[in-house]
Design a protein around this ligand. Structure first.
Ligand code: NDP
Ligand code: 2IT
Length: 451
């Protein structure tokens, strides 16, 4: 096939759409990357002739399985589970598990594809994977969650391993669920290995792993602001979500002198003009994670706040915005509203929270805009450090890990600058992250030949 056939972007995307019908999230994630790196492919003819992008956009494998469990009333329940192993060119597959009713093969394929680039950007030897289930943990008892996790692992265990594929948490999967799954893996295999990350500190977990994604997204934001000689002191922040990533992002913003105005969940958002202090964040953490409560209850606890049902917080004027809930939660019109209200920087704690129209708005406005695959890589980076500690059978000190996380986020920022700086000096972080991540994986794949 002639080179010109490979370089036809439209033809490439038509093929992706044809081969992945009914998978809009996956097609969206591939398009966002392909838009950027198509011209970069010209830098090395082998990227074309060896069909590298085409190969990365075809998962190594997608495992789908049935998960049966019994609820507290003795009813048999049937869920679907998946593990998408996208690419292991630079290390074992690595990426989280998501338990949410919206999980489909398309969602997990997009997440595994993104993870491949993100993990490469960290500089650590990790390939890309993702998994999960359409199981809805909301309203389930702890015993039901335990039974589900055990049943899920009873199938998953045969596909993973410390040097094969190392899952972790994501939406609906936190320390408790990792504990249940690790216990079941150990029980089935008789092995105590670093097969999962995000573990408890008593059994091989790493310090700062729970905080790492949110903190990392704020470190990345600081790196972006520093290019303009600015920091977070006195700046207002709008954050979506109220789970692991959102609450830790809020915490770090407060520590660095910023004022957090909003948090949200699937029911709507709260706006607290007095600022969401550390004490209030601690209340949210307990209320959302341990009591599985609703964010609207915040207003009964803290009278300065108001709750807006069924809406996202992007209309609240702010200096910086951090979408930390889920994919496609910030649309083109939301992006226009943020720009109109004077927002200076956006750092994505969630994966693909901004739709393609929104991405174009931010880039056209030349905003400091960090895509999730760069900004939220701190979580998987500390997961990588947890793997290293497990291999060494040691635990590193908190200060060492904090410094490593900061260094890794600064390194990702540097990669984005290297590959994303435009002629007028604007740093296109989307382009930088896509090219930086692609190059490392692509060069490894070239070394292996056609496999
Ligand atoms: P959590 O389960 O801890 O929290 C998820 C939050 O997002 C909750 O507030 C939840 O609201 C909200 N949310 C979830 N789905 C929807 C939806 N469809 N519409 C509106 N709100 C929704 O998850 P995390 O904080 O871990 O994950 C948040 C995002 O960060 C995800 O995109 C995840 O992929 C990404 N991420 C997570 C990492 C990690 O280490 N945990 C690492 C890198 C990225 P409700 O309670 O109402 O469901
Ligand atoms: O999206 C992500 O990077 C995660 N959910 C974390 C993955 C991991 O392996 O720690």
């Amino acid at each position: 096939m002639a080179v010109s056939d490979h370089v036809d972007f439209n033809g490439f995307m038509e093929g992706v759409k044809r081969r992945n019908p009914y998978q809009p999230e996956f097609v969206q994630a591939v398009q966002e990357v392909a838009e950027d790196i198509y011209s970069f492919l010209d830098t090395n003819e082998e990227y074309h002739s060896q069909q590298i992008l085409r190969r990365i956009a075809e998962p190594d494998r997608v495992v789908s399985f049935r998960v049966c469990w019994e609820d507290d009333n003795g009813n048999v329940r049937v869920q679907r589970g998946w593990r998408v192993q996208n690419n292991n060119a630079i290390g074992p597959y690595k990426g989280g598990l998501r338990f949410h009713p919206s999980v489909t093969e398309s969602v997990l394929k997009f997440l595994a594809f993104e993870q491949t680039f993100k993990n490469a950007l960290t500089g650590l030897p990790m390939g890309g994977g993702k998994g999960g289930s359409n199981f809805n943990p909301k309203g389930k008892s702890v015993r039901e969650i335990q039974r589900f996790c055990q049943s899920f692992m009873t199938e998953l265990y045969r596909h993973i391993g410390a040097d094969v594929d190392v899952p972790a948490g994501d939406i609906g999967v936190g320390g408790r669920e990792i504990g249940f799954m690790f216990g079941q893996y150990k029980r089935i295999t008789g092995q105590f290995t670093g097969v999962l990350t995000g573990k408890g500190l008593e059994y091989g977990g790493s310090l700062i792993r729970p905080e790492a994604t949110g903190y990392g997204a704020v470190y990345f934001l600081m790196n972006m602001l520093a290019t303009k000689g600015q920091d977070l002191v006195g700046k207002t922040a709008v954050i979506s979500g109220s789970g692991n990533v959102a609450t830790h992002a809020a915490e770090k913003i407060v520590q660095l002198g910023g004022k957090v105005l909003t948090l949200s969940d699937s029911g709507g958002f709260i706006h607290d003009p007095d600022g969401i202090s550390q004490e209030k964040i601690d209340w949210v953490k307990t209320h959302k994670t341990h009591r599985r409560g609703r964010i609207e209850d915040y207003c009964a606890e803290f009278k300065s706040a108001t709750f807006t049902a069924g809406k996202t917080p992007w209309g609240v004027p702010c200096d910086v915005a951090l979408p930390c809930a889920t994919q496609n939660e910030l649309l083109g019109d939301d992006a226009k509203e943020l720009v109109k209200n004077g927002c200076k920087a956006v750092s994505e704690g969630a994966n693909m929270p901004t739709d393609l129209a929104g991405v174009h708005v931010f880039r056209d406005a030349k905003l400091l805009y960090a895509p999730g695959k760069a900004a939220n890589a701190g979580g998987v980076a500390v997961s990588g450090l947890e793997m290293s500690q497990n291999s060494e059978r040691r635990s590193w000190k908190e200060e060492e890990l904090q410094q490593m996380l900061k260094d890794i986020m600064a390194g990702i920022h540097k990669s984005c600058e290297t590959y994303g700086r435009q002629g007028d000096g604007y740093i296109d972080y989307v382009k930088g992250a896509n090219i930086g991540g692609f190059k490392k994986v692509a060069d490894a794949m070239l070394a292996f030949g056609v496999v």
